[in-house]
Design a protein around this ligand. Structure first.
Ligand code: PXP
Length: 247
């Protein structure tokens, strides 16, 4: 069975649009609360909750992450930049997983994944710190052979293959080639002993093909689930995605 990590950043985006200056939850008036959403997503079958604590704090805030750490019953996956400040934060928080993602332009590969090859020592240091603390590290990378091989070389246990280029190409002739890149990447990562996750741009339509990727362990999905939840509620949105993932 493919696992589902629900990314709840967009819930915090909506809250911040109105309540950027509000102190904490201000007596329950501050909504929507991403922690409440996370608990409901878990109840509907989410296998984990994913948040990206961005350096610019544009959506999820530090206090959200601490509240999640105490409240959720599944697994917390903290997406973060590969910086000393975020490494120190993760070591204090002790999430179950961290996923290193690019935030600044120099960390980004051509397609948008983390440039593990270009920033090898920095990534290796962060992965070593996580491995030593018992936090499972994942690297969000393009399905590119050099990035996959370097991810294995720096001893990351997981990679998350960036499905954004494939998702963008979905209704174009480039789709088949993008899907092939993901398939080849998943096989190569698996051969090298990496556990294969995937994410970005996955929705209720392209999931029918994404789920056929070999060796898939977990998908991290945010935008489409949060969007659908506006119409159906989070319970139905999560259940429907899990059903389509494992049809
Ligand atoms: N995985 C990673 C590493 C991400 O940064 C994001 C959010 O940008 C996602 C998955 C979820 O992407 P989406 O919101 O498009 O489902």
């Amino acid at each position: 069975m493919i696992l589902l990590g629900v990314n709840i950043d967009h819930c915090a985006t909506v809250r911040q649009a109105r309540y950027r200056q509000a102190a904490a939850t201000a007596g329950g008036a501050v909504e929507p609360d991403p922690v409440t959403l996370a608990v409901l997503a878990e109840r509907a079958g989410a296998d984990g909750i994913t948040v990206h604590l961005r350096e610019d704090r544009r959506h999820i805030q530090e206090r959200d992450v601490w509240r999640l750490r105490e409240s959720i019953a599944t697994r917390l996956n903290l997406e973060m930049a590969c910086t000393p400040a975020m490494t120190a934060f993760a070591l204090k928080l002790k999430p179950d997983f961290v996923c290193l993602v690019p935030e600044s332009r120099e960390e980004v590969t051509t397609e948008g994944g983390l440039d593990v090859k270009g920033g090898r020592q920095r990534v290796a240091d962060c992965v070593a710190a996580m491995n030593a603390a018992g936090i499972k590290a994942s690297l969000f990378i393009d399905p590119d052979e050099a990035q996959i091989e370097t991810s294995a070389a720096v001893k990351a246990p997981f990679v998350e293959l960036h499905t954004g280029a494939y998702a963008n190409a979905y209704f174009t002739p480039a789709r088949a080639a993008e899907f092939k890149r993901l398939r080849v990447g998943a096989v190569r990562a698996h051969e090298l002993g990496l556990t294969v996750n995937a994410g970005h741009g996955i929705n209720y339509v392209n999931i029918a093909e994404v789920r056929t990727l070999p060796h898939l362990h977990e998908l991290n999905i945010g935008h489409s689930i949060i969007s659908r939840a506006l119409f159906t509620g989070i319970d139905e949105a999560v259940r429907e995605m899990k059903k389509r993932m494992n049809e």
